[in-house]
Design a protein. Structure first.
Lengths: 321, 598
């Protein structure tokens, strides 16, 4: 298969997936019981006539097929609609939550993948060493630990007992300039620590096991037989080959950054996309849910595409298949 | 080559971490003990973010908190008992037959942008609500009123029939005509979509910034007509985690918090310098029976519910005290009537001798005597008329604090008297479907209303079947009582009728008022003094019905600050040095080991 054809087919696949996700999102949230306007009834004293009027204003009384056409047309023109709950444009809402999420989850992913790889490489290379056993156990423990629980624990210790860090939020409202930046770091520390600890295990385990697989490959024995120094066997022969599965994992993790970290964001009141998703689902705010799901799935699909393409170059065998 | 690159990487990472830690250290040492500008700032933690900054779209919690601080009403609610108190008007007089009310507006009022506020703004707001059919407010204007403004300090309210509406008083925030006139006549969606930050209001604090999901800030209004508050600013911080919010209060990051789950009472109670406010209830949890007959409904609810004996037996089988203790951790009182206790002037406390006491044995006897016998030995009684077993589908709102847990208890209580309950937990959106379609035998949800009991009685009238009515209870005698209080202009006489209506409704058991849960607030006692409860000492201390607290709060010494006690700067510096050292050691070791391995 030629390079260009490979690229084209991958892009086409991505587009089809995106369309499928869009359609799926549309129907998924509409088969959920209840409707967003109805939720306002008791708190806003809306009588059934008022509800019907609001439903009409929002286009929720149109036939499903017609709603779908309107929705697709809007999405293609970049119009994500307005939140049913707040009336604010969804694009604005997502925009305002994007930065906190990228900061937290992006930084967490970088830190966790870097530390995870280092641990995995070292552990896999010296299988059975004390470092390996310790790191493997801790990786498994961290990997298996529910993020929310870990978050609550760190919150209790570092904020509740030691009073070192604030108990949640993004930054205090009245600080500017350097003070704001510093305040932001104060608030960022605990969620970032939780996220990094929570993610490290996965990377370390994958990297370690592919190191072990690769070490036993024939070409490694050949390299050793040729008298290649151990240092070079590791850095030139084992790590590059063992890195492939971790590479996919890392690229995909970056795709998931825009999905936010729902549990951690909720524990630390971190105003990111994860929290927005959580709140929107609770209030059945269709346009917002669709918006965040669209952004999140588009990011994953793009990351997948990037992984597929670069993978093809990193490992030419893939393109042949 | 490769290892040098790795070293550089490790050094960079080490440096990055050191810088981060050093700047955090700077933060700790540089955190001022008072707000950087020297302003007096009150910090409040809230669970509910602001949904809207638009008074025509307010729906819950924080929306009302902000609106109540930012806007005035024609007449306010008194902190004592929530009856009418002076607001923008010092008072209103009525003519002989209560069809014309003349309200005296304070002279020299200004909006927060400096524009004059006159009776014309009030008339505009009222017409805007009526003409644009604003759902939250339109019910406050019965009998097609018109509004006249002969001069800037006089508002004349003329109704087609006698009314006490102006003195209820109407819960309608007065908005500036010069801001809202362009939206008059637009559709509801457009009106509700208008954003108002920074807002223009007449209250003591104006919403000056709002970062959705994070925080919102209210700043003192320089043109406020009343006494100048001590506070310069009120900063609201949104928490999505209640435990974290409590921690923030204990650490002193916030001075007060609004809305606490009953299950967390124990983590606040007894903490030094923290007061817990169990607010007298303004909502109630109810078990409403469905009598059927909703327009378009195809469902036939359990026919036995039409029998008063069955309804009374259910009421007597439910242990309300246990619901208070187990579901609300004691932060509630057992329910009795449909007018909440916060409306102290109107609420009827059912006398003990007229109360249905919890007594499952007596309930069983009543059902047995009325012929509801378990004929097939499956533990469930059968209806003697239809032979149908007494089985009920009961949806319970998962969005209402305690509804589902109360439902779980009720399953057990009713089993004891031979009634089977199929509990269906449902979100409010789904509850609304059940409610509208009439597709349930009973449901567990809540009611909440105005300080004035009119609305709360209104929803129980026959005509509300298919609209506000829970389960289409139709009782002509209750309808008559509702009408009588609605047209009685003498307040003392009206109070008597309202109480009679409550007793009658209680006796007829169209539903069971399960509990009056307390709203929970907490505040630090070492920061500010002068919290005002509304209504009375057991009322809300954070603005709900009025903003009296904002006017009387005074800082106690050095208060106006955030300040977690913080890890001292030197600890940070040492940590930074240690980490930098570790990085250096790791890098060096890497260099040494690699040649050995080769």
């Amino acid at each position: 298969m030629g390079s260009r054809r490979y690229l084209l087919s991958k892009c086409l696949q991505a587009l089809v997936t995106l369309w499928f996700v869009l359609t799926f999102n549309f129907f998924l949230f509409r088969v959920l019981p209840g409707d967003p306007i109805g939720m306002l009834a008791r708190s806003e004293k809306l009588s059934p006539t008022d509800i019907a009027q609001l439903r009409h204003d929002q286009g929720l009384d149109l036939p499903m097929a017609q709603q779908y056409v309107v929705y697709m047309k809007n999405v293609l023109t970049g119009n994500l609609g307005e939140s049913l709950r707040t009336g604010l444009p969804v694009r604005e809402l997502i925009g305002s939550r994007m930065w906190p999420t990228v900061l937290l989850v992006g930084l967490g992913t970088i830190l966790a993948s870097w530390l995870g790889l280092v641990i995995g490489i070292r552990g896999g290379w010296r299988r059975g060493s004390r470092f390996d056993t310790t790191s493997q156990y801790s990786s498994l423990v961290l990997y298996a630990m529910p993020e929310g629980w870990l978050g609550m624990l760190l919150l209790l210790v570092f904020s509740g007992w030691l009073h070192w860090f604030p108990a949640g939020g993004y930054a205090s409202a009245d600080k500017t300039g350097v003070a704001h930046l510093v305040d932001l770091l104060d608030h960022l520390f605990l969620p970032l620590l939780t996220l990094t600890l929570g993610y490290i295990g996965g990377y370390a385990i994958v990297m370690r096991s592919s190191m072990i697989d690769t070490i036993n490959e024939d070409f490694v024995h050949t390299a050793r037989a040729k008298g290649v120094p151990e240092r070079l066997v590791r850095s030139k022969h084992v790590v590059p080959n063992a890195f492939l599965p971790s590479f996919t994992l890392i690229i995909l993790s970056f795709g998931f950054v825009l999905g936010g970290a729902i549990v951690i964001e909720a524990v630390y009141s971190w105003p990111g996309l994860g929290l927005l998703t959580y709140q929107a689902i609770n209030t059945l705010d269709f346009p917002v849910i669709q918006g965040v799901f669209l952004i999140a799935s588009a990011a994953v699909i793009v990351a997948n595409l990037v992984a597929d393409i670069t993978y093809g170059y990193l490992d030419p065998r893939i393109k042949q298949a | 080559m490769r290892s040098r690159r790795r070293n550089v990487l490790a050094m960079t990472a080490g440096l990055l971490i050191t810088v981060m830690i050093a700047s955090a250290a700077y933060a700790q040492t540089a955190t001022p003990t008072s707000s950087s500008s020297g302003d007096v700032v009150l910090r409040v933690g809230v669970i509910a973010d602001l949904d809207t900054d638009n008074v025509f779209a307010v729906s819950a919690g924080s929306d009302y908190t902000v609106a109540t601080s930012e806007y005035d009403m024609l007449l306010s609610f008194s902190s004592k008992d929530l009856t009418a108190a002076p607001g923008l008007a010092t008072g209103c007089d009525h003519n002989g037959d209560y069809t014309t009310w003349t309200c005296h507006i304070r002279p020299g009022l200004r909006w927060s942008d400096g524009q004059p506020l006159t009776s014309e703004d009030i008339a505009f707001t009222y017409r805007f609500v009526i003409d644009n059919n604003i759902p939250q407010y339109k019910s406050y204007f019965p009998s097609d009123p018109t509004f006249e403004t002969p001069d800037p300090t006089t508002l004349i309210w003329k109704a087609k029939a006698p009314t006490f509406a102006p003195e209820m008083p109407p819960w309608v925030y007065i908005v500036p005509e010069h801001i809202w006139a362009p939206y008059d006549g637009k559709d509801l969606k457009t009106i509700r979509g208008v954003s108002q930050t920074p807002g223009v209001g007449s209250g003591p604090f104006i919403l000056s910034s709002w970062t959705p999901g994070q925080s919102f800030v209210m700043t003192r209004n320089p043109y406020y007509w009343g006494p100048t508050p001590s506070l310069d600013r009120i900063e609201y911080q949104v928490y999505t985690n209640q435990e974290a919010m409590i921690q923030a209060l204990k650490n002193g990051e916030i001075d007060a918090l609004d809305g606490l789950q009953p299950s967390l009472i124990n983590s606040v109670q007894g903490s030094p310098n923290i007061a817990l406010q169990k607010v007298v209830s303004d909502w109630w949890l109810n078990l409403a029976f469905n009598f059927g007959g909703q327009p378009g409904s195809t469902y036939t609810p359990l026919p036995a519910l039409h029998d008063l004996v069955v309804r009374k037996a259910i009421e007597m089988a439910i242990d309300k005290n246990a619901i208070v203790q187990k579901v609300y951790e004691g932060a509630a009182t057992p329910g009795d009537t449909i007018v909440r206790p916060a409306s102290a002037y109107w609420h009827l406390d059912i006398p003990a001798d007229k109360e249905f006491q919890y007594n499952p044995t007596a309930a069983n006897q009543m059902l047995q005597q009325a012929g509801y016998v378990d004929t097939n030995g499956d533990g469930i009684r059968e209806d003697p008329k239809t032979g149908q077993p007494l089985e009920m589908h009961i949806p319970a709102s998962t969005d209402t604090t305690g509804a589902e847990q109360a439902g779980e208890l009720i399953v057990g209580y009713l089993k004891q008297i031979g009634i089977k309950v199929d509990l269906l937990p449902a979100t409010d959106a789904k509850m609304n479907d059940y409610w509208g379609s009439g597709n349930f035998d009973a449901y567990i949800w809540y009611w909440s209303g105005d300080p004035d009991p009119n609305y709360q009685l209104f929803v129980f009238t026959s005509a509300q079947c298919g609209s506000w009515s829970d389960g289409c209870w139709k009782d002509p005698h209750f309808d008559k009582l509702y009408e009588a209080q609605h047209t009685e202009m003498n307040q003392t006489k009206r109070q008597a009728i309202v109480k009679e209506a409550q007793q009658y409704e209680y006796d007829q058991v169209p539903g069971v008022v399960l509990a009056y849960p307390n709203w929970l607030e907490a505040y630090r006692t070492d920061r500010f003094t002068g919290w005002v409860g509304q209504p009375g000492p057991d009322g809300y201390v954070l603005p709900t019905y009025n903003y009296d607290t904002w006017l009387s709060l005074h800082p106690l010494g050095e208060t106006s600050s955030s300040s977690s006690s913080g890890l001292p700067g030197w600890v940070w510096l040492i940590a930074a040095v240690v980490i930098a050292g570790v990085v250096v050691v790791v890098v060096r070791r890497g260099r040494k080991i690699e040649p050995d391995e080769a």
